[in-house]
Design a protein around this ligand. Structure first.
Ligand SMILES: [Zn+2]
Length: 289
């Protein structure tokens, strides 16, 4: 089954909804970054939430989300042009914690909760939109929910999850978001709260081959699906972009690379792709600076 997300509307309950499946793109990210299970869970949850947020941006703004909670995993960054393609990384991919009581992956411990979640939306205007909120638990879902409430004043349920097997492969990844529209009533809120109080883990539903549409229909039997979008892990790095980045390190640094290392290797942090530049290429670059 391919990765995709759906956007829908529930008129009877005055809310808009999103659901996605991101199992394959997380498996690709896991292989590129050699993620350990708890890091996979953290990045998978973050990518699902980011992709669904992207589906809220009608003008396909470039959106970059940074989470840093002071935990062992370090900074996490996910970036999308709100077109279903995402690139993302964590500073320390070799992180693995589980909760003693349940054996579940301890995402909140790995991420930490002494920090912030920051959203930057670049709308092509002079000043990009920047929204920053303190992390609540580091479990990602609650943190996005808090962001929507505080930064965008939209009460939201954010549920994201990941299942990993014994050999660290991704079994399932995905989630859903429910957002109340301004006309929502106390009854609508009660209906959603009641449903959520005993709703199964979204990662288990996806593992059991329920589609994003199925998940939404389990919550709202009259949900109207408006749109679907394919999702993928895709980096937009290139030799040319790396060259431009190289220019910014300055003449002296490049001279040192030529003299001491006779070339250089640069790695894209989002996808781990390596780019090597020979002594001749660096010399040519210097001449054009
Ligand atoms: Zn890249």
């Amino acid at each position: 089954m391919k990765d995709y997300l759906v956007r829908g509307l529930v008129e009877s309950k005055n809310c808009r909804v999103f659901a996605c499946q991101t199992t394959h793109l997380l498996e690709i990210a896991r292989q590129k970054h050699q993620l350990w299970p708890t890091a996979s869970a953290a990045l998978g949850r973050m990518m699902s939430a980011t992709l669904m947020m992207g589906a809220m941006n009608k003008n396909h703004e470039k959106m970059t989300i940074t989470i840093n909670g002071g935990g062992h995993i370090g900074t996490m960054i996910a970036s999308t042009h709100s077109d279903g393609k995402i690139k993302a990384f964590v500073a320390n991919p070799q992180v693995h914690y589980t909760y003693n009581e349940t054996g579940k992956l301890a995402v909140g411990v790995a991420v930490g909760n002494e920090g912030t979640l920051q959203v930057i939306k670049d709308m092509g205007l002079k000043e990009p939109f920047v929204g920053t909120v303190p992390l609540q638990t580091g479990e990602i879902g609650e943190d996005f929910s808090y962001y929507f409430m505080v930064s965008e004043q939209i009460p939201s349920v954010v549920s994201v999850g990941v299942l990993v097997n014994d050999t660290n492969e991704i079994l399932s990844s995905g989630g859903f978001i429910i957002q109340l529209l301004p006309d929502a009533t106390e009854e609508d809120i009660q209906y959603i709260e009641e449903k959520m109080s005993h709703f199964p883990a979204v990662s288990s539903l996806i593992y059991d081959e329920h589609t994003p549409e199925d998940v939404l229909k389990m919550i709202f039997d009259d949900v109207e699906i408006l749109e679907s979008q394919d999702l993928s892990f895709e980096c937009d790095c290139s030799r040319d972009k790396m060259k431009s980045a190289l220019i910014t390190v300055g003449k002296q640094e490049i001279e040192a690379m030529i003299q001491e290392d006779h070339g250089c290797e640069m790695k894209c942090q989002f996808c781990n792709e390596k780019y090597t530049f020979s002594e001749e290429e660096l010399t040519e670059l210097l001449e054009h600076m």
